[in-house]
Write a protein that binds this ligand. Structure first.
Ligand SMILES: Cc1ncc(C[n+]2csc(CCOP(=O)(O)OP(=O)(O)O)c2C)c(N)n1
Ligand SMILES: [Mg+2]
Length: 794
């Protein structure tokens, strides 16, 4: 350390200890990347000590380790409840090292003892088959953010801070990560964070200057421009810059003290003095070398402070003796013998500067949200049920009933403040507006008299960024709360990649006993493909279902309730569930209502079933008319009605599917209907005409192993769309009642003599439809006003 050490808030003794602590974390990080033996370098390093495959990322790690030791001081001195979110999650070794040094790691994984053997195992397990992953993964104590896919750290941090007034979330944003779309917009989280009722987010832009192979944009604009950018986002930027460790420790301590004082003052003003202005929260720009303290030059090329430090700076250990020598020198530069005693235990006088117990970041309960999860109070959803007087006789907007339920959920959890609804500007448009009433929409920015329902304490989170909604909700759930995301169906694809990551997180945590289950991630997709009357083709894409279907069966649930009562039942179930990703697809347009509430509950419980009231198969169907989704259900029932008129003795069974997963065999999904029951519903040899909400191939994929699969014929969305009438959308995609009717006549062997006439009838019906809509701009009255004939109901 240089002589310029002494100026700053740290006593020489604490400074020396903190620097040693940092060296220990760096040493353990390098060791994890390189070594499988000789963990304390008690003998000269040989090739036998080095892992055969050198995997991991060094470049970001020393900066993370530096921050961790400083956060430790702040936690201890100020008794803070602090958790970390690490954007560049590839700095995994650093977080493993730090949670080891503070003792959390050994408490959770007792075989990683605090001695030579423990360190050896710690090194060996990293990026080793059946060991631990290279990133800040679910296995890492204290983590809620894997950070493998860059861009979501600040969103997770804000999500964690909402409704956690005593929590500080320290969030490292990689300067490369900062170039991503989600991260770029997530700075705006500060317009939604209420200093009186929420916690604080402490963003640190880790300006190490480089990504994998390039400089970062933010490192190559003038510093004043970067500060202005941060000011423009509404923050008060602080800067920490340099590479002399001793000087940097003092400066970091000073700048963090100032920033924490700022946070305390902001919270005091809001909480004790009633200040309601949006504060300029502090944020730090930390400009330090990538690969700080690592090899400066390798093979004649600069490494420290460049992109070459990103992964493994000395990568040809087995080919070049010089690399082995440099590794030895590099690791010894941290002076391991000063850090660990002769048994390999981290020296007591250094270990003592870490926080204790639950204050250790590796042990922060918020980062293991299930520990804090309180069950959501879900009022009796039957209260919002639609009364059914005659099947399909009354229209209702299904999502409106859900809005009423969500409002009741909000009210019932007002005290425990652990439920929020998220949506990109569409909550009212999706007819969920009731949830806003009395709750308000969170908003810390300016308000004007024209605004409605904006509130500093609002619990509906609306921002036109699906990324932000998703990221906040994930952060909120991962820290032990509940939530609900509503979105237009077509645009949910924007977060495809984010939900992948969440699904992976859930999958892994299921195998980690100390990670307690968290509330499910619930989606409602509305404004569906079939009813894009205002918007047309750009708004038509039901493919999120297909996307989710690829995830692990024990993580994903997909529901397509055909009416309001089934939607209520499904939503109730989803809101109470844990550790799932629940997708609900339900329309918002006025549509016929089919099932009384008790029937709806029973139907949703089995997931799919015969609608006996609409069938006349006498237990022996000639054809099964299957349907899934609200518009397909309507068209299927209208087709049944046409068929009953035309061929009164045709035995038709109507089967409706709410839970898509029930179609799969039980071997594929726990919701799968047993084969015998499936065969009873869809008897082998009986043709099935299936009207499906989404892309038709999915139904084939789900039923591929079913005995009757060869007889299942699916109609669904086939990427035809425009701004047209609701029924014309069905016609364009061949899912309309005329087509379904023709399909049945074509598929039932006994009706072969009628096929020709039916084809003729079909062409005429479609022609009549085309002419009418082209002329009148609306659907034929017989379509618009169609109702299920009461006399057909059993
Ligand atoms: C969304 C996404 N795109 C690309 C990558 C591949 N990748 C991994 S690390 C990295 C560079 C990250 O740079 P930065 O955020 O500055 O992190 P650091 O310099 O601290 O390593 C890239 C592009 C990724 N992980 N995620
Ligand atoms: Mg970088």
């Amino acid at each position: 350390m240089s002589e310029a050490t002494s100026k700053g808030p740290l006593s020489p003794e604490l400074l020396a200890k903190m620097d040693a602590y940092w060296r220990a974390a760096n040493y353990l990080s390098v060791g994890q990347i390189y070594l499988k033996d000789n963990p304390l370098l008690e003998r000269p390093l040989t090739l036998d000590d080095v892992k055969p495959r050198l995997l991991g990322h060094w470049g970001t790690t020393p900066g993370l380790n530096f921050l961790y030791v400083h956060w430790n001081r702040l936690i201890r001195e100020r008794d803070l409840n602090m958790m970390f979110v690490i954007g560049p999650g590839h700095g995994g070794p650093g977080l493993v090292a730090n949670t080891y040094l503070e003792g959390s790691y050994t408490e959770i994984y007792p075989n990683i003892e605090q001695n030579r053997d423990g360190i050896k195992r710690l090194f060996r397990q990293f990026s080793w088959p059946y060991g631990i992953p290279s990133h800040v993964a679910p296995e890492t104590p204290g983590s809620i953010h894997e950070g493998g896919e860059l861009g979501y750290s600040l969103l997770h941090a804000y999500g964690a801070a909402f409704d956690n007034p005593n929590l500080i979330v320290a969030c490292v944003v990689g300067d490369g990560e900062a170039e991503t779309g989600p991260l770029a917009t997530s700075w705006h989280g500060n317009k939604f964070l209420n200093p009186a009722t929420d916690g604080a987010v402490l963003p640190i832009l880790h300006l190490n200057g480089y990504k994998i192979a390039n400089p970062t944009i933010l490192a190559r604009i003038p510093h004043t421009e970067l500060e202005e950018l941060m000011r423009g986002y509404g923050y008060e930027p602080f800067t920490l810059e340099g590479d002399d460790p001793a000087v940097m420790h003092q400066q970091a301590a000073a700048v963090f003290d100032t920033m924490l004082d700022r946070i305390a003052a902001i919270q005091k003003a809001a909480r004790e003095e009633g200040c309601t202005e949006r504060p300029a929260w502090p944020m730090l720009i930390m400009r330090t070398p990538k690969g700080w303290t690592g090899p400066k030059v390798v093979d004649g090329k600069p490494v420290e402070g460049t992109w070459r430090a990103h992964q493994v700076p000395l990568s040809e250990i087995f080919e070049k003796p010089e690399h082995l020598r440099q590794l030895d020198e590099w690791m010894r530069s941290y002076k391991p013998q000063e850090l660990f005693d002769e048994k390999g235990k981290f020296r007591e006088e250094l270990a003592e500067i870490a926080p204790k117990g639950r204050l250790r970041m590796g042990m922060n309960a918020h980062a293991n949200g299930g520990l804090l999860l309180k069950p959501l109070n879900v009022p009796n959803f039957r209260e919002f049920a639609i009364k059914i007087e005659g099947r399909g006789q009354k229209d209702a907007e299904s999502t409106r009933s859900l809005g009423q339920l969500l409002h009741a959920v909000m009210e019932a959890n007002k005290e425990q403040k652990n439920f929020r609804v998220f949506g990109p500007d569409e909550t009212a448009s999706n007819r969920l507006g009731d949830v806003i009433t009395g709750t308000g929409k969170a908003w810390m920015a300016e308000t004007l008299p024209v605004d409605e329902n904006l509130s500093e304490t609002g619990r509906v989170m609306e921002v036109l960024s699906e990324h932000m909604c998703e990221g906040w909700l994930e952060g909120y759930l991962l820290t032990g709360r509940h939530g609900f995301f509503n979105c237009y169906e077509a645009f949910i694809h924007i977060i495809d990649s984010m939900v992948n990551q969440h699904a992976k997180w859930l999958k892994v945590t299921r195998g980690i006993p100390w990670r307690k289950p968290i509330a499910s991630l619930n989606y409602l997709l509305s404004s569906l493909v079939w009813r894009q009357d205002h918007n047309g083709f750009s708004h038509q894409d039901p493919g999120f279902i297909d996307h989710l279907m690829n995830k692990k069966a024990d993580v994903v649930r997909i529901y397509l309730p055909p009416d309001a009562n089934t939607l209520l039942s499904v939503a109730d179930h989803c809101l109470r569930s844990k550790n799932y990703i629940n997708l609900i697809v339900a329309g918002k347009q006025p549509a016929p209502q089919w099932l009384p509430i008790d029937e709806a509950i029973a139907h949703c419980t089995t997931g799919l079933g015969e609608w006996k009231w609409a069938s006349n198969d006498e237990g022996n169907p000639e054809v099964v008319m299957a349907c899934c989704g609200d518009v397909p259900t309507l068209e299927a029932l209208a087709a049944v009605c046409l068929l009953r008129e035309k061929i009164p003795d045709l035995r038709i069974r109507v089967v409706n599917v709410v839970d898509l997963m029930a179609l799969q065999p039980q071997s594929e999904h726990p919701h799968g209907l047993p084969d015998e029951e499936f065969d009873r519903l869809f008897p082998v040899g009986t043709p099935v005409v299936f009207a499906f909400h989404g892309y038709p191939w999915l139904i084939h994929r789900l039923t591929y192993r079913r005995h009757n699969h060869d007889n299942i014929h699916v109609r669904g969305y086939k990427e035809e769309g425009t701004t047209t009438t609701p029924f014309d959308m069905c016609v364009l995609n061949n899912i309309d009642r005329y087509q379904l009717t023709l399909d049945v006549i074509t598929r039932v062997p006994r009706l072969a003599p009628r096929v020709k006439a039916a084809q003729q009838w079909y062409s005429e019906a479609i022609q009549r439809h085309h002419l009418y809509v082209a002329e009148n701009g609306d659907d034929l009255p017989e379509i618009r006003n169609w109702r299920w004939p009461q006399e057909l109901t059993h």
